[in-house]
Design a protein around this ligand. Sequence first.
Ligand SMILES: [Zn+2]
Length: 409
Amino acid sequence: MLISKLIKNTLPLQGFRVAKVSNCGESLAVQVIPDQRYSPRCGRCGQIGRYRDTRSVRSFRHVPLWGIEVNLYYAPRRVRCAACVGVYVEMMPWVAGKRRMTTALAVFLATWAKDLPWARVADLFRCSWGTVNNAVAYVVDYGLAHRDLTKITNIGVDEISRKRGHVYLTNVYDLDRAVLIWSGDGRTKDTIKAFFKFLGPERGKQLQSICCDMWQPYVETVQEYAPDATLVFDKFHIVSHLMKAVDEVRRQEINEKGKEHKELMIKTRYIWLKNPWNLTAYQNVRLRSLEKLNLKINRAYLLKEAFRRFWDYTSRAWAEKYLRWWFWWATHSRLEPMRKFAWMIRNHEEGILNYFKMRITNATVEGLNNKAKVVSHRAYGFRTPTTFIRNLYLCMADLPMPQTVHRFV
Ligand SMILES: [Zn+2]
């Protein structure tokens, strides 16, 4: 029968046979039996074992065929294994461990879950959210165990918020391959320490550069575990600190000057924060007229725009000179948030100027950071950090997949 041939072609069945395929309600039931020409193998080590007994029938979900659910039924044998010294359930090549789905189905669901929300995958293939979660867990665990982490030299550390409010994860990226290598709950010293423990001292020594935010717990831990690596503060975070300072000036001025000024400032927030070339014609006109009023926010705006030029330098020495000049201007601006930002820059100057040594790694962090945000928006329904992190690994770690005899997707 053709269907039984199709099933044989999509499953690793050496040592087994498909006895019968039948309709069972709205699904296909595939009866699998042992092929008596082969001896059963130990499920733990794969060695040939001595038959002991047969357990009751177990079912395994397989990849659906034309939208019809397919289940395998098989009564596993137990073998006495000389190598493992004991009695173990035999090896069944279509399934890994105690799962109730075939490896092929796990890979199939996980592949779809890379591009779609898990709830959608569950809907499409008529299974539960939990089944998709199990499939992804299996594929991600396999990938994490089989990936190659030997050549990591440049890494980027970044945080991402997991929920609205302040629940953070710390992500560590391999900047040369542009993949996620580690993700952990929180953004404290202990989080980043956990990463370095995972990485181990040998691979820690290989690190040449580490790109991260000017976040003290990160900085201290990095200096402790990878003292030889060049620390680079990434542009993305520096700019976002600057934007916060500009916005703070706007809000303080509104508080100081009261109602009339507040009305003047209505809908100007993005005029001050956006890049000038992204302003609409109307926003441009408003900016031109606001510029004439000698406002504090306008002074902050000019400082922000001047800071942009810093990134255009190619020589570190000239960039340093420019930064010193900018620092002088900002600290004499009589704008407290700008002064604070300027001092933050001064206190982290070395790491900021390392940008001119490690320009490429720096740009990669921002790209990966954005991708992590996009992917995590798919995370609808994920309540635990475990599933959230699992999804990040699935979508961003470029993990090796378990081998299957047929490619379903
Ligand atoms: Zn064994």
